[in-house]
Design a protein around this ligand. Structure first.
Ligand code: AMP
Ligand code: FE
Ligand code: FE
Ligand code: ZN
Length: 290
């Protein structure tokens, strides 16, 4: 069973439409794919409609959350939510707030760059986002288009990282609240790539124990940005706290240089995810859904 539980489409900062993503998953030989666009469920219906025989869809989203470090510093943590009710009023309202937050913050970053003589424009970035909640990868594409950088990676390295002079933060959902929100909507929560970037410093074993007590369901153990040592550590924490270990590519099309199915989740973990959900949003197969 090839199960990849974390991917992005053009409904956030991926480069393939949900339909194209599903076709890519079929070509890659996946049996199960989760669509987890940032802060929205806009791609669910299209992905479901595109399902070929033999491919199962896990409907999900990646929630932008924030957790305070011991020194009070806000740190970004991504939380995967699976099989939650997309009509949950709390989630709908929070996703709408985040969309506005992403728009304001994205345009603020663009303005700082324009003021500094970089020849991108607000319109250009909005065009790259094409209706999706704005993410830094959309700004990266504009920087490539005007020839300032050659790749998305370079754009992050020189212009978009958290320590860049153009960086503007956004107000994300408190991690605890996001976990509760997903649970209340019948879904299952898994902390994404906790050993990449700044999140590693705040997501200690002790913190994971608190989150598990709050209702967190799982930890993404295998992720392209995790080194072998991080994977061993996270697998240990998951086993200790009875959290579900997952693995996923975090595919973003050509916005990242990794392939679908590069990291995988076990059939056992998927079963545990389904069992932990309320069943309101079942796995989707061709022609079979709620
Ligand atoms: P934002 O959602 O605007 O805060 O931007 C974060 C997104 O940028 C992440 O979800 C990743 O998809 C992407 N990202 C972060 N770092 C890099 C990088 N070095 N290269 C490509 N994409 C990145
Ligand atoms: Fe992303
Ligand atoms: Fe992420
Ligand atoms: Zn992601």
């Amino acid at each position: 069973m090839l199960i990849d539980l974390h991917t992005h489409s053009t409904c956030s900062d991926g480069t393939q439409t949900p339909t194209e993503l599903i076709a890519s998953a079929e070509r890659a030989g996946l049996n199960v794919i989760a669509l987890t666009d940032h802060d929205n469920t806009g791609g669910w219906a299209e992905a479901e409609a595109a399902l070929p025989t033999g491919l199962t869809l896990v409907r999900g989203a990646e929630f932008s959350t924030v957790v305070r470090a011991d020194n009070g510093r806000p740190t970004s943590v991504h939380l995967l939510g699976y099989l939650f009710d997309p009509q949950s009023p709390t989630i709908v309202a929070e996703q709408a707030r985040l969309r506005a937050e992403r728009l304001g913050r994205g345009l603020a970053i663009v303005d700082l760059m324009v003021d500094d003589g970089i020849t991108i424009s607000r319109e250009q970035v909005l065009e790259f986002a094409d209706g999706a909640p704005i993410g830094r990868p959309h700004i990266a594409r504009a920087l490539i288009a005007v020839g300032v950088v050659d790749t998305v990676n370079q754009a992050f390295e020189h212009f978009l990282a958290g320590n860049s002079k153009y960086y503007v933060s956004k107000v994300d959902t408190e991690l605890n609240r996001a976990i509760t929100m997903i649970a209340e909507a019948g879904g299952v929560s898994v902390v994404a790539h906790s050993r990449s970037r700044a999140a590693a410093r705040v997501l200690t074993a002790a913190r994971f124990a608190e989150l598990a007590a709050l209702g967190l369901n799982g930890i993404e153990v295998d992720h392209p940005e995790h080194h072998a040592e991080a994977r061993r550590e996270l697998a240990g924490i998951a086993a200790e706290l009875r959290l579900i270990p997952t693995g996923s590519s975090d595919f973003h099309g050509t916005n990242k240089t990794l392939v679908l199915g590069q990291e995988l989740t076990s059939a056992d973990s998927l079963e545990r995810i389904v069992a932990a959900s309320s069943g309101a949003v079942p796995l989707a197969r061709q022609g079979v859904s709620r």
